[in-house]
Design a protein around this ligand. Structure first.
Ligand SMILES: [Zn+2]
Length: 749
């Protein structure tokens, strides 16, 4: 009796220090199992260390270090891990388990929505009032040019890699997130200049390239905010952002610092992925925000909403996308603000696997939308209505009816448009807007002799989508004028092409992204392809290093308004025209009233631009029927090889011949003495075509133009019925004149 009592006492005491004799596992193994459960990588996460394990009958209590703080806990996975811990320790799943991470019960780490009613105006969710109405959000891109006193030079804060630099790359995301938040009703503030603030800054570069310190200085903010470190402007720039947040008379509802990280992975396929950083205590050790809420809990909630949204959405594009951690760490951008604040490290700008995605504008749009959704849910919970995706397809017919299609969001059941804003511009005047409830068409007033441009913005309780492409129409006052149909089939955006072997890897020289409208992130071509070249400093940054000759210039991509550009020339020729996006060609099967292709159209102008995605079968069918009925077609593209070869041979009378058909960009025409010059490099004026193609006429057709340097055909015509170019006309200098010449050739009787 005595002996057994002593043994029991001994076990009790010992259990605090090490594994009790009757537990099924030891603390080291349990820690390893918990770590495996999180799926974290040992590259950047410390192991889960079990510091205490107490077993008392059916009760299990374990204390661990803080690693479990980095995980997203939900009621479901907490129940699951407790069952597992019960099984690991007791041999069955019915134990009562309590798990502490750094002295905090993990139950309290379940992310909740902020559920804070806005002080200024409570959320009503009524139609027409967007879900973030009256929220004030601080959102800013990381870094920016700063003046380095020792070097007496303006320099970037980060390395220039993979054709970009974090200082500008972050700006690219922020401009999109800002637009989405504003469309949800929020007021978005930034201590760094945005792209619309484009005068030159103190550096001689546009203000949007510079750090926040200089923007605040130029805005006459109090120098106590931005002049903090006695001429160390790098440190000023880091700290001034949060200082500025705290100086706001009306404190914002949250603050997001948007960054990318600078880590490498061990191979080409490992994604570094996304990390959210928050801070539990401020400089003085306070654990509450200005409004009294718990700093750690609130900031961790915010971090989790955004990180979860980003990870879930990016995994739709990149299933292997890595969710890193919810990391509690001490950085001034998340420590100093007295309002909820986090740092998001979206991806690693140094890691090739991340940037293979990160240079694609479609990926950046998805990431930006995910951040917007994360912010929305932080405020309003998981049921919040998400603003619709942009309308992509629209048409204006000869009947004067504007028609459009909503874009389905496969990720969000709430992102359904309930109304549309229809924008109309007459002869380049002001845009007038009209709201349409539910319907997807609108009869337009058309005055002959006036050019009209149109776009549509979808809306719902969550706010407004980004705008649709712009289309256009014009009715000549000459009553008998036949109508031209412009089909805008250029809806592609994409990143550059990549290669990788065991010694060299990177962006294939001469390949470039096709940006969505434009980008501010491209700074110059990659020149270092050698894997073994290590980073030495930011000016000698090894593998991935790129030139900087383009920094501070925008790069024009797919501007989605080509029908307007073409239409202006048609109008100058007094030619009536209507226009649509290519997706509307299938519209007929969905809604019987719409019929964009009319066999009586004088000409179809089929705009392909830099479209890489193949044309769909229905479009081939519609164009074939039109051509069989005697129609005329103009088509220009630098991806002629994306068109079905047999179809191209039969209907366009030209076959794909050769890639990279010119370097000089000079095209000589056979009929007239003038030379067409192609824009082949990224620029801030118009579309460029990095790789025109040569096309070969079939026996019945004629070569009408050639690439001067390569001496192979650039344009093919057939009986004034079809005219095809191996480059996008939109990428030619003097587009108007070139397009007018092409039209005249086709419209000759
Ligand atoms: Zn950064």
């Amino acid at each position: 009796m005595r002996t057994s009592k002593r043994i029991a006492l001994f076990i009790c005491t010992l259990s605090v220090l090490c594994t009790p004799l009757y537990a099924q596992t030891d603390m080291k193994t349990l820690g390893d199992s918990l770590f495996a459960y999180t799926g974290f990588s040992r590259l950047w996460s410390p192991n889960v260390r079990v510091k205490q394990m107490r077993i008392n009958g059916n009760n299990v209590t374990i204390h661990t270090n803080a690693t479990l703080h980095d995980y997203r806990w939900t009621p479901d996975n907490i129940a699951d891990i407790k069952r597992k811990v019960s099984r690991w320790t007791l041999g069955h799943e019915n134990g009562k388990v309590t798990i502490y991470s750094s002295n905090v019960d993990i139950e309290t780490l379940i992310t909740s929505c902020a559920k804070i009613k806005n002080q200024k105006s409570p959320i009503t969710n009524s139609a027409g009032e967007a879900d973030l109405a009256d929220r004030q959000i601080v959102l800013y891109p990381s870094h920016g040019l700063y003046f380095n006193k020792d070097r007496e030079e303006w320099i970037w804060q980060r390395a220039t890699l993979w054709t970009t630099v974090e200082d500008l790359y972050s700006q690219e995301y922020v401009r999109l997130i800002r637009e989405m938040l504003v469309n949800a009703g929020a007021t978005v503030l930034s201590p760094r200049a945005g792209l619309d603030q484009q005068q030159l800054g103190a550096s001689g570069m546009p203000q949007w390239t510079e750090g926040a310190r200089y923007w605040l200085q130029s805005q006459k903010a109090d120098s106590s905010i931005w002049n903090l470190y006695d001429g160390n402007e790098y440190k000023d720039d880091m700290k001034c952002r949060a200082m500025w947040v705290n100086s706001q008379e009306c404190l914002p509802d949250l603050c997001l610092a948007f960054h990318t990280d600078g880590l490498d992975s061990e191979n080409d396929s490992t994604i570094i992925g996304s990390l959210a950083i928050y801070t539990a205590k401020d400089d003085d050790g306070y654990t509450v925000l200005r409004d009294g809420r718990d700093r750690e809990k609130t900031n961790r909630n915010l971090a989790d909403w955004i990180l979860t949204s980003v990870t879930e959405d990016l995994r739709q594009i990149a299933p292997e996308w890595t969710r890193r951690q919810l990391k509690e760490a001490n950085y001034c951008e998340s420590r100093v603000p007295v309002v909820p604040s986090i740092i998001l490290e979206l991806l690693s700008h140094k890691n090739m696997a991340d940037m293979r995605y990160g240079l694609n504008p479609a990926f950046r749009f998805a990431a930006a939308r995910a951040v917007y959704k994360g912010i929305l849910r932080y405020f309003n919970g998981p049921q919040a209505v998400v603003q619709p995706l942009p309308v992509q397809e629209l048409a204006i017919g000869t009947d004067g009816v504007l028609r459009w299609l909503p874009t389905t969001d496969s990720l969000e059941s709430t992102a359904v448009p309930t109304y549309y804003m229809v924008y109309v511009q007459a002869d380049n005047g002001e845009w007038n807007v009209q709201q349409v409830e539910k319907a997807t068409q609108l009869q337009m007033d058309i005055t002959p002799g006036v050019q009209y441009n149109y776009y549509v913005v979808a809306g719902n309780e969550g706010g407004l989508a980004l705008p649709s492409p712009v289309i256009s129409s014009y009715r000549s006052s000459e009553a008998d004028s036949e109508t031209v149909l412009i089909i805008d089939a250029f809806n592609d955006v994409y990143g550059p092409e990549w290669f990788a072997d065991s010694t060299y890897a990177g962006i294939i020289p001469g390949t470039y992204a096709c940006e969505d409208r434009f980008s501010c992130a491209y700074i110059g071509q990659q020149w270092n392809y050698t894997r073994k070249d290590m980073w030495v400093n930011d000016d000698n940054c090894g593998w991935g290093a790129c030139y900087r000759d383009h920094a501070g210039q925008l790069t024009i991509g797919n501007t989605r308004d080509y029908a307007v550009q073409h239409g202006q020339v048609l109008k100058s020729l007094q030619r009536s025209y209507v226009s649509c996006t290519a997706g509307m060609l299938n519209y007929k099967s969905k809604i019987t009233t719409a019929l964009p292709i009319d066999r009586n159209h004088k000409l179809i102008d089929f705009i392909c631009g830099r479209q890489r995605r193949p044309i769909d079968g229905a479009t081939y069918g519609a164009l074939a029927a039109y051509l069989d009925a005697g129609g005329r077609l103009l088509l220009s593209t630098d991806h002629y090889d994306a068109i079905d070869a047999n179809w191209a041979k039969r209907y366009l009378h030209a076959t794909y011949y050769a890639a990279k058909a010119t370097r000089s960009g000079k095209v000589t025409t056979h009929r007239s003495p003038f030379t067409i010059r192609l824009m082949m490099e990224p620029n801030d004026v118009q579309l460029f075509t990095p790789a025109p193609q040569s096309i070969m006429p079939t026996q019945e057709a004629k070569r009408l133009a050639s690439y001067e340097d390569m001496r192979c055909p650039a344009a093919v015509g057939y009986e004034h019925k079809t005219l095809v170019f191996g480059f996008p006309l939109e990428a030619t200098q003097n587009f108007d004149a070139n397009y007018r010449t092409a039209l005249k050739w086709l419209l000759e009787e």
